[in-house]
Design a protein around this ligand. Structure first.
Ligand code: ANZ
Length: 660
């Protein structure tokens, strides 16, 4: 990663969880709260390690077309990556301010540029440092910025008080028409998105509108009707309805038509260009925790970063660590950890003391699992070719913006470096539902409703536990635990066990079993395990009702189908009836598809060519059977009572005509 320029250190505003005393990645912050401990996350400026996942933003977005994942999951990941097509527009700044002579903004609504009445920059925008001293209200701006930096991420995003401050003495020029516009510093502008600055259009943007009202700023409407229309909610989906006003030569065009035309004008004059922006940020990977892999770099006495020599890997965690929450990595104070570094690298060299977020490991574990003892490479080519990519991945939906995104990134980096031949790790992905407690609530110590699977296994056995979980309902649905139903599954398995003692006949596979094999194969492949289990139960009833006629072949096929559902019990029974080794090493039973279609057909029953009744029978029913059933019908009997039957004509599966 370091060699490929994908790992780097930088000073940055980071998410700090003071309870855990560590930095968090954006993906680990949920609504401004730490996803682990739920405490409020602070923003702090710190130097940290990052991986340049943003270099892969476009591929991470586009390649979602290649995977078969739940639609909602794909959408959530796309939203997190946040691809937006828009434009960068440069607004020159008036006066001689120094290095930064213009404000660049990212906008997805350049068609509203005639409605810009102010600009706003993030409190961390670098223009502030440059102009602070020249501002007429520099003291106020300074204290505003301090306050903003002390706010939590949540407070800033919500920006309930619409706080902001005008930079007195500075004006920007609208490049499209030369109008003068004030510049504000405002909380709601994020330093990391786009260019950390916006052109504000209060006539058509909700947040700009609220801000303008609070600060008494001009509001300019661009619709003919001169009314507020929220750009994000209405115009984008309803463009043709509105035509533009107050926009010079573009007046009368629809917003959709104006967008490319205005972009062309900006591009020609050198004041703008088309740009795609992504919400995704680089991934912060360093943590101030003890657990986690040490970051494999060393610093020379000048503080330059060097990767560790290969022979020094892996770096093991030391034992002499004190866990005093200082806000520094626990490894900072370990003498053992630094021991030997100087001998190997030189005087004054030091190891990095931060550790890697555990997501670093979960991003590629699936590659290691297929060849875990390989000492020379993370996995052999053979193993990779045989097993990868993962063809079926099951996990919770909570991983969508973390693990699933990071793993895709790792896979693409390894693909680009030539280590693997695929660039998506998980082709097929489904989520399992949550299992709630018996009271229907999410399992939690707080509610005292936690079911420990080990206790269930202890009481009912592993097969019952496993099979019950599959029987509870559709895989992807949330479900509540029900102890009675567990006992039901246990009784079913007991009956399977008991049935193994009957005397089986040596007839072949029955038609019924051909059908069962076909159905169970299908529902297993489709992961409709609950449906399969219901089928097993029905079939056992049929077996029990027809004890004398069940063949050994029927029974063996049944056990083979049941093996993935109840692996221990079926293995046990199998060992008594078959000497060819484990049931789990046998072939899946096959069926004859010709025997499956016992379709029902409607047969017209005629007397002397006239339709008198119909019969619903299995297709392929022979003439004798159809005739017997037809003659038993009262509706037919009354038409044949007078004369004797001369002839019966049967058209297979269609018509039975009785001629008198
Ligand atoms: C002017 C404008 C007028 C905008 C309008 C929207 C509606 P998405 O679609 O999510 O990419 N923006 C740009 N950079 C920002 C930042 N650093 N912090 C906060 N807001 C920022 O959003 C793009 C829009 O978000 C941009 O388009 C910009 O506001 C705002 F009627 O520009 B717009």
């Amino acid at each position: 990663m370091l060699e490929r320029g994908l790992a780097y250190r930088k000073k940055q505003i980071v998410n700090w969880c003071d309870q855990d005393k560590t930095v968090l990645a954006n993906e680990q912050v949920e609504d401004g709260l730490c996803e682990r401990c739920g405490s409020e996350v602070e923003l702090r400026e710190m130097e940290q390690w990052y991986l340049k996942i943003t270099d892969y933003a476009e591929r991470l977005h586009t390649d979602l077309d290649k995977v078969d994942w739940p639609e909602e999951t794909i959408k959530r990941q796309r939203d997190w990556i946040g691809k937006s097509e828009g434009a960068v527009v440069k607004f020159p700044l008036e006066g001689n301010l120094g290095e930064i002579k213009e404000l660049e903004v990212f906008t997805t609504a350049h068609d509203t540029i005639y409605g810009v009445t102010f600009m706003a920059i993030a409190p961390e925008h670098k223009l502030i440092d440059q102009v602070l001293k020249q501002l007429e209200n520099s003291k106020d701006v300074e204290s505003f910025i301090k306050k903003a930096r002390n706010k939590t991420e949540l407070e800033r995003q919500q920006n309930k008080d619409k706080s902001g401050l005008k930079l007195e003495g500075i004006n920007a020029i609208n490049p499209i028409n030369g109008s003068k516009i004030p510049v504000f510093v405002a909380d709601y502008v994020l330093v990391e998105y786009g260019s950390g600055a916006i052109m504000a259009v209060p006539g058509h943007d909700d947040r700009d509108y609220e801000f303008a009202n609070k600060h008494d700023l001009e509001i300019k409407y661009l619709t003919k009707e001169q009314e507020y229309v929220s750009y994000s909610q209405e115009i984008k989906s309803n463009l043709e309805k509105y035509s533009i006003a107050n926009s010079d030569e573009f007046d009368g065009l629809s917003f959709a038509e104006a967008r490319p035309a205005i972009l062309e004008k900006l591009t020609k004059s050198g004041t703008g260009y088309a740009k795609t922006a992504y919400k995704l940020r680089d991934w912060s990977v360093s943590r101030q925790r003890f657990w986690g892999a040490p970051i494999p770099v060393v610093y020379d006495p000048q503080g330059e970063i060097h990767p560790l020599k290969l022979e020094d890997l892996p770096v093991l965690l030391p034992d002499d660590v004190e866990f005093v929450p200082t806000g520094q990595s626990p490894l900072t104070y370990s003498a053992e950890f630094q021991k030997g570094v100087e001998r190997k690298y030189g005087k004054g060299w030091k190891r990095e003391v931060d550790t890697l977020d555990t997501f670093m490991c979960s991003s590629w574990y699936y590659l290691r699992y297929i060849d875990p003892h390989n000492e020379n490479e993370f996995a052999s080519k053979e193993a990779l070719n045989t097993w990868m990519p993962v063809d079926f991945y099951i996990g919770g939906p909570e991983h969508v913006n973390g693990h699933l995104l990071y793993s895709r990134f790792f896979t693409k980096v390894l693909f680009d470096a030539g280590y693997i031949k695929f660039d998506e790790p998980f082709i097929f992905h489904r989520h399992q539902g949550l299992i709630h407690g018996e009271d229907g609530r999410k399992m939690s110590k707080r509610w005292g409703n936690v079911i420990n699977p080990l206790d269930v296994i202890e009481k009912y056995g592993a097969d019952t536990t496993r099979m019950y979980e599959m029987f509870m309902g559709p895989l992807e649905q949330d479900k509540s635990w029900n102890d009675n139903a567990v006992q039901g599954v246990r009784r079913f398995l007991q009956r399977v066990n008991d049935f193994s003692k009957v005397k089986f006949s040596d007839k072949g596979l029955s038609n019924n079993m051909h059908k069962l094999i076909s159905r169970i194969t299908k529902s297993t492949e489709e992961m409709r395990f609950n449906v399969a289990i219901a089928d097993f139960m029905k079939q056992l009833n049929i077996f029990e009702d027809n004890k004398e006629s069940v063949s050994l072949e029927d029974w063996k096929a049944y056990l083979l189908l049941l093996a993935p559902y109840a692996p221990f019990l079926t293995e046990e029974i199998w060992s008594n009836i078959d000497s060819n080794g484990s049931i789990h090493l046998q072939r899946w039973p096959s069926f004859d598809s010709k025997l499956l279609f016992e379709e029902e057909v409607t047969i017209a029953i005629q007397v002397n060519g006239k339709l008198r009744d119909t019969l619903n029978l299995s297709s392929g029913t022979g003439q004798a059977d159809v005739e017997a059933k037809a003659l038993a019908l009262k509706s037919i009997q009354k038409h044949i009572a007078e004369k004797p039957i001369r002839k019966v004509i049967y058209v297979q599966d269609k018509i039975l005509n009785i001629v008198t």
